[in-house]
Write a protein of this length. Structure first.
Length: 81
């Protein structure tokens, strides 16, 4: 069992086993949560509604075309890369 904890500790903290004994001692002290406790959902506030009566159109500006892609040149024998 200790080997399983040691492997999990190494993966979780990306280091050796320094501090693993203290980690185990602290984990045992914490109370186990009751799995029957209902989960309360997060309540998001309603989005702010905007007034859609403005007469100005909101069209985005056309995007500039991208520069053409140049084909790569093949390396010649003796060229340094």
């Amino acid at each position: 069992m200790r080997l399983n904890i040691e492997n999990a500790y190494k993966l979780r903290f990306a280091k050796g086993t320094d501090g693993m004994d203290a980690f185990i001692a602290e984990a045992v002290k914490k109370p186990f949560p009751n799995p029957m406790t209902p989960v309360t959902p997060i309540s998001d506030p309603e989005p702010v509604k905007t007034d859609a009566t403005s007469s100005a159109p909101t069209t985005p500006a056309p995007a500039k075309p991208a520069a053409p892609i140049k084909p790569a040149q093949a390396a010649k024998p003796g060229d340094k890369q």
